[in-house]
Design a protein around this ligand. Structure first.
Ligand code: GTP
Length: 171
């Protein structure tokens, strides 16, 4: 059958959730960024997982840039949605952004796999991935394949499992 060699992935989530740190984990040693600063607009990054090349659009999560996300919906093969699981107040804002994305014309009728990272699992106040999926209402999201992983982007814990899941969905 047809085997994809490269996939476009949109990495979204609120500011400070850990998107850039997650992408940095997958880049090769020589490409790694030492100081991760808040993303302005977006960064485009390339990396490889299990022979699948990823072009990741790391979108800024800052409020004023969130309207940029939708310009990239049309061409993406998959979405990584990052949540700061220690920020239980703003998880409601994350759910609003997710709901808007799911209702968007370029997303709603396509079976695009969505991987959720319940990131910052190392923090004491972090919600479990089950709690995060409840807060986001993922059980009601019937029209998409989705998967959630608790992750710690500082150590890389949970990241490989998640990205392997989305890689398998894209093959
Ligand atoms: P924007 O670019 O503003 O949208 O933010 P972002 O989602 O790209 O977040 P970024 O990767 O810049 O991380 C924000 C902060 O959270 C940084 O100080 C990271 O070091 C920290 N961080 C990221 N992941 C984790 C994690 O799993 N655990 C902990 N404790 N801190 C994390």
């Amino acid at each position: 059958g047809f085997k994809r060699k490269e996939a476009s992935i949109l990495v979204v989530g609120l500011d400070n959730s850990g998107k850039s740190t997650i992408i940095n984990h997958f880049k090769s040693e020589e490409d790694k960024t030492i100081d991760i600063v808040p993303t302005v607009g977006l960064n485009v990054e390339k990396f490889k997982v299990k022979s699948l090349g990823f072009i990741a659009f790391d979108m800024s999560g800052q409020g004023r840039y969130r309207n940029l996300w939708e310009h990239y919906y049309q061409d993406v093969n998959g979405i990584i949605f990052v949540v700061d699981s220690s920020d239980s107040l703003r998880i409601i804002v994350a759910k609003d952004e997710l709901d808007m994305m799911l209702q968007h014309k370029d997303i709603k009728d396509r079976n695009i796999p969505i991987l959720f990272f319940a990131n910052k699992m190392d923090l004491r106040e972090a919600l479990s991935s089950v709690k995060v999926s409840q807060a986001l209402g993922l059980d009601n999201m019937k029209s998409k394949s989705w998967h959630i992983c608790a992750s710690n982007a500082l150590t890389g814990e949970g990241l490989q499992e998640g990205v392997e899941w989305i890689t398998d969905q894209l093959k």
